[in-house]
Design a binder for this molecule. Sequence first.
Ligand code: FDA
Length: 305
Amino acid sequence: MSVARSLVLGVTNNKVISSFANKHGLELGAKRFVAGETLETAIENVKILNSKGIIATLDHLGESILSLDRAAGAADEYIKTLEGIAQSKINSNVSLKLTQMGLDIDDNFCCSNVERIVSKARQLNNFVRIDMEDHGHLAATISIFKRLKENYPDNVGLVLQSYLYRTVADMKELSYLKANYRFVKGAYKEPKDVAYPNKEDVDDNLKNIIEQHLLEGNYAAIASHDEAIIDHTIRFTNGHNIPRSLFEFQMLFGISTNLQEKLAQDGYTVRCYVPYGKDWYPYFTRRLAERPANVMFILKNYFKH
Ligand code: FDA
């Protein structure tokens, strides 16, 4: 992990910096990555994406919740989001984090919160993607995913991270589920004993797990802005006659927008991850860490105000 990335991720949990950032609101520059603070604004942004042939996944931001009421409230919020999607007829599913649903309080409580959301998704013929957080939450996340996947096979999917050594083994163990995975490089600050420290290894592993999953006939969401990964996927799927209906590209709101539009125009399924809500600070710092040049952009913005 680069020093700059490590430094930026190091401030994610810093309370002083986080309250400073929240006070200065989205004007600090976070609005480049966050589609507003309300569901209504987020839906308006999805409508614009849909008009360009890009579908979406809505993320009501929040994580690391330690209160039962707040976690249950976060689940209620996701139910409203699914209802809002149905009512506004936008093309979007939802993505959520288990620590927002109470994973740090109790696994069963967390699972029942997520089950309420997944059950609503089934009723509305929609889909819930469980984001993957840091490796300390991985085993519990997989276990909850397995429980939900058994009862709601078509309405829940998971994220797998290529920077983790264990991902290949996890995929093998879960292969009987024929799951719909989103494959990412991984965005958290992880130690060398659990994650590849070198970018080349992370990239190679990402290609490897995508190939493996597709060759087994499963659906894959390739979530990366890295053109080398995207080109590789296109060449690989063409070379192995894997239909476009078996995979989609995913990118984040506000990043590589031209590339998102170009792929959609070329006939690929492109899904944009659209985060919204008031708790944007940890999401924002991960975006800064991925590209330290973003920090300069934010500082310039701040001094302009
Ligand atoms: P890489 O970091 O190599 O970047 C390739 C290029 O993309 C850069 O050169 C730059 O042009 C552009 N780029 C990338 N990040 C940028 C940024 N922040 N600002 C501006 N430009 C940027 N992670 C995780 O651990 N758990 C999860 O659940 C998810 N979920 C998720 C969903 C979706 C839809 C995406 C796209 C990503 C995630 N991630 C994630 C984040 C992921 O792990 C990873 O940190 C980022 O996608 C950055 O890696 P890239 O694959 O884009 O490549």
